[in-house]
Structures are given as C-alpha cells and as structure tokens.
Design a protein around this ligand. Structure first.
Ligand code: BGC
Ligand code: MG
Length: 567
C-alpha cells in the first residue's frame, strides 16, 4: 500500500455512516499478546528459576502494560533437554515451576484481572522419558505404533544397518535414532530425546485431544501450537521413507538445511490436524460457553501454507498463524524492508482473511534491541502496535532488553539462550527476578539502568511507549481496522515508514518512523494540523505540541512520533 491510498477522504466519509461496532472485533483479532518464558520471568522461591507463583505475582504488571493475553512457553513435567519442549507428562506441572494448585491460582488471578492465559501445546513429540514412549518401546498394547518406528536398511556394501532415510533433525544430525531395547530406529524432528508422535495412530490423536480437554477444563483460554510444519512425514505405500534431495545451501551434511524438506515439512496432512483441533475447540466452546478458544500456530512456513491454516475454503483452523516476517529484520533494515515484509503478509492474509499479527521477538530468536538495534526498539514497538491486528511481544522486549551472550557449558546453554536471560524488574539483587544466590542464566549486568521500575518513572522510556501504544490499540481508531479506509501504511521514503489509522468518527492517528541515521525531510503529507501524542527519545518535539503537515517537516535520526487529529 502506498501513501497515495491515504487520500481517501470521500470513502472515509461514507464509511463513517456505515454501521460499525468495535465489539465485532473478537478478542484475539486486535490483541496485545505477551509471551512469558516461565524459567526467566519471576522466581518466587529463590531457587534461581522462574515459576508459576512468580508469574502470578507479576500478573498485575501485565495488566498495567495493557496486555490482553499471555502465552506461556511449556510448564509441563520435562527432563528439560529442550527446555520444556520435551514433555514427559502433558498434564503435570514441572515441579520446579510449582504445582497444579499454583497453576489454578495463576489462572484464577489472571481471570480476575481480565487477562487470558494461552498455553503452549506441543503435539509433535514427547520426551523419550514420557510414559507413552516407554510403553511404545515395549510395544505395549495400543502403544506399538504411537511413535514412528522402523527397522532401517541394510547397507549393501558394508552389510551394516543404517537409518531408513537420510533425514536430518532440525537441531542437526540424523533424525533417526536407534533404540537398543526395541531394536528399531525412531524418528525425531528435534533432539533424540524428543521422539515424534505417529499421527496416523487414532490413539495418538485421542490422547492429544484429552490433553487439550484437561487444560480447557482448568480454564485455559487459548493454545499456541508448537512446530506445526513438522507434524507429518511422508511414508510411502511400501512402508519406506524416501530420501530428501540435497539443497545446496550448506556443505555440512549434518545440518538440517543440507536437505530440502519436501517429505518432512509442510505435508498437507499437517493442516488437517489444525482443522480437527479447531473443530474440537469450537465444540468445547459451544458446550461450555465463554469467549472464542483461539489457536495460535507456530510455523515458519510459506504464506500460502499459513493461509490454509486459517481457512482453505472448506475448513477453518488456526485463527492466528504467527507472522514471523519481522523476525527477519536486522540492524540494516529500512522502512522499505518493513513495507515489503508487511505487504508480504497483508497481500495474502489481509486480502483473504482480514487478519494480521506481528511477532517482533520470541525465545528462539535474537531480541529486537540487539537484532534491529537499540535505537529502533521503541520504533518497532510503535510499528507492531500501530499496524492492524494483533501484536506479539516477548517478555523483556517491552523494556528493550538486549541479548546477553553467555558462556556455554555442555549442560547449561544452547544456541538460543542469549534472549532468555531473567526479566529485569528493578535495580535490587538479581534485578528483582530472584532472591536466590544464583540464577539459571546470568542476569544482564545492565539491569541497574535497564529495568521496569526505572522505566516507570521516565516519560519517554521504552516501557512508557509500550504502555501508550497498547492503550491506543484499544481505541476506536485502532479497532476499526476492518473498515474500508480504516488503515493504511507504507514507506514514504527509503527510511520513513508511515502508518495511518482512522476511526469511524474520522479521528486519525499517524505514525512517522525514521529508520535511518539521517535527518529526513517530508513535504505536504496532508492538509491537517496534528498533535504529538507519543514521541520517542529521539524526537525534539513535546507531547501536546502541534504540527502543520501541509508544510515541510523534518524527522530526526531514528525519531518516531504518533500524531493525532480529531474533527
Ligand atoms: C519451539 C522451540 C522448540 C521446538 C521443538 C519450537 O518451534 O519454539 O523452542 O525447541 O519447537 O519443540
Ligand atoms: Mg523458582
């Protein structure tokens, strides 16, 4: 969309009279979502690891900053080979995180505050320590084909047994691991301690529905579905697994990228599972009442595939396939890059489904302050909240926490840890995260200056900007996004990104963000005189000051402002 489409006043006048109710926007459609990494959010008992009671004690903070719903990375019992994404018991709380009573108390408190709880549902695999896998090893009744087992092949030259196919795991190395006891290989998309479920087994699917039911009955409001592209793998009619072709992307044969994943990713059956679960969730809601039980889907997949997750014309699935486009933004990003990545989503998802969401960070990727740059952290907070749809913020990004490269020992650190350091609450011991003598990952030493408490008192802090934006998101101009002319966005120059949001009563907000390190000149943006309502620390302007946009204006390096105009 270009800035030209801003000149739509006549259309806007028309839609001002059309019936519009902001309440027609369902809770997940224009929400402020917030991801908690439970290990790192708040430790209530001094063992240096975050826990559920810690989360409960900080829910008021989520309320304070305008969060709609929070999704928790896995909280279930686990040997923690993949930090909880290796579940040994899907309906038990990891003891270090607390008890089921603690969980119930957390949900009760959240609901009392009007916050929703989204749990991470990890249906692709379990831990190898899960009872189901142990039963499968022993071929116990019904569990024989609960996971993906195979004898492998005999190498004609060496006479040795080799894995069934050349498939590599996401984390590197073969995706097949030999099990001595059962004398077969099992398949795992991720670590060898994360055997993949066999979704062709009706019993697997039943068990997973039971898991969903268990948590819904405890009051959970939505699920984030983990690793959707990895559900199914191709098994030929003759029972073999075809080799994948070499991609040419790397020479390292152990890397996941060494092959092109035509048989182990984005198989059409994956989507069927989403439809199945959606049907189940809708039915649960019909029976029990309450708000829409939303499904957030984690998938690094092509946009056309994501579109089918939502609705393929005959079935509905996940309401919110996560939009990871902005995860690609680096410190070289320009306004044009943001426009291109926004269009990439909107051209398909907005056009077909009138839905958008904007993930700016998560536990698997470098934090925005590091990845896109500290000078642009506030800008990205403003942009992701001002675009139509739902924003998704990873804990700590609301105060601009950067990555912390930690020293790795074989047992404590994997390559994704720099963005998982403890939340920085205040300038007391361990940043107020834990009263213990040590913390599971070191607290970033910058915490004395960079913390929630301190930013509460600073007018243009990252936290205040986050709060102002989440508050704006609840106003008519930001909720009228399904209306014709309700929004527009685009790069005005290589470096300046603009977003315009318009309420049915024509109240207008305009974001101007200078991604570059140079002063930018803008001429004759509109005939309106607007008021500064939010300004970042790079702006020379005051909140409340006016600016005549029919005249030439300048944006300082990295300056980002939100302007308002009312009829
Ligand atoms: C999660 C990762 C996890 C993987 C395996 C994901 O996509 O976000 O953190 O390692 O699934 O469960
Ligand atoms: Mg603890």
């Amino acid at each position: 969309m270009s800035s030209v489409s801003l000149l739509v006043l006549p259309i806007l006048l028309l839609c001002a009279c059309s019936a519009f109710a902001a309440s027609e926007v369902d809770w997940w459609e224009a929400a402020t979502l917030y991801q908690i990494y439970p290990r790192s959010f708040m430790d209530s008992d001094g063992d240096g690891v975050g826990d559920l009671n810690g989360i409960t004690s900080r829910l008021a903070f989520l309320k304070e900053i305008g969060v709609t719903a929070t999704w928790l990375s896995p909280i279930y019992d686990s040997p923690m080979a993949d930090m909880g994404y290796d579940i040994s018991n899907f309906t038990k709380i990891y003891p270090v995180f607390g008890t089921m009573e603690d969980f119930d108390a957390m949900v009760a408190k959240a609901h009392e505050l009007g916050l929703k709880i989204i749990l991470d549902f990890v249906p692709n695999h379990s831990s190898d320590e899960c009872e189901w896998f142990q039963k499968s090893i022993k071929r116990e009744d019904g569990y024989d084909d609960f996971y993906i087992w195979d004898d492998g092949k005999i190498d004609a030259e060496t006479g040795k047994r080799v894995p069934p196919s050349n498939w590599n795991s996401v984390f590197g190395g073969p995706a097949w691991t030999w099990n001595e006891q059962r004398q077969q290989y099992y398949f795992h998309q991720f670590l060898s301690k994360q055997p993949d479920f066999n979704f062709t087994s009706p019993m697997v699917r039943r068990h997973l529905i039971e898991v969903l039911t268990f948590w819904l009955e405890r009051g959970v409001d939505a699920f984030r579905i983990d690793a959707v592209p990895h559900f199914y793998e191709l098994r030929l009619a003759n029972g073999t697994y075809p080799d994948e072709p070499v991609s040419g992307l790397t020479n390292d044969t152990t890397k996941h990228d060494y092959y092109t994943h035509i048989y182990t990713k984005d198989q059409p059956e994956n989507i069927e599972l989403l439809y199945e679960w959606r049907e189940f969730l809708d039915e649960f809601q019909r029976q029990h009442g309450g708000d829409t039980l939303a499904m957030v889907a984690e998938a690094y997949a092509p946009i056309e595939v994501l579109s089918d997750y939502i609705n393929n014309g005959t079935h509905v699935g996940s309401q919110l396939p996560m939009n990871f486009n902005f995860i690609q933004l680096r410190d070289t990003a320009t306004a044009k890059d943001v426009e291109r990545l926004a269009n990439h989503w909107m051209d398909v998802m907005w056009t077909r489904h009138k839905t958008a969401n904007w993930v700016i960070g998560n536990h698997d990727n470098s934090r925005p302050a590091t990845r896109i740059g500290e000078k642009r952290a506030d800008m990205m907070t403003i942009v992701t909240h001002a675009l139509p749809g739902t924003s998704v913020t990873y804990y700590g990004d609301e105060i601009g926490m950067p990555d912390l490269a930690t020293e790795c020992t074989p047992t404590n650190c994997d390559f994704r840890d720099p963005e998982r350091t403890p939340m920085q609450w205040d300038s007391t011991k361990n940043a107020g995260f834990s009263a213990g003598n040590s913390t599971w990952l070191p607290v970033n030493p910058n915490y004395k200056l960079l913390n929630v408490q301190r930013q509460r008192g600073v007018a243009r802090s990252t936290l205040q900007i986050f709060k102002s934006m989440s508050a704006l998101k609840k106003t008519p101009a930001f909720r009228a996004f399904k209306e014709e002319g309700g929004f527009s966005y685009g790069a005005l120059t290589e470096q300046v990104f603009q977003i315009v949001r318009t309420a049915p009563n024509l109240e207008e907000y305009r974001v101007l963000a200078n991604f570059g390190g140079q002063v930018e000149r803008l001429d004759d943006l509109t005939n309106k005189t607007m008021e500064y309502v939010i300004v970042t620390s790079h702006s020379p302007h005051r909140v409340g000051a006016k600016v005549d946009l029919s005249k030439r204006i300048y944006l300082m390096p990295y300056e980002t402002v939100v302007l308002r105009w009312a009829a």
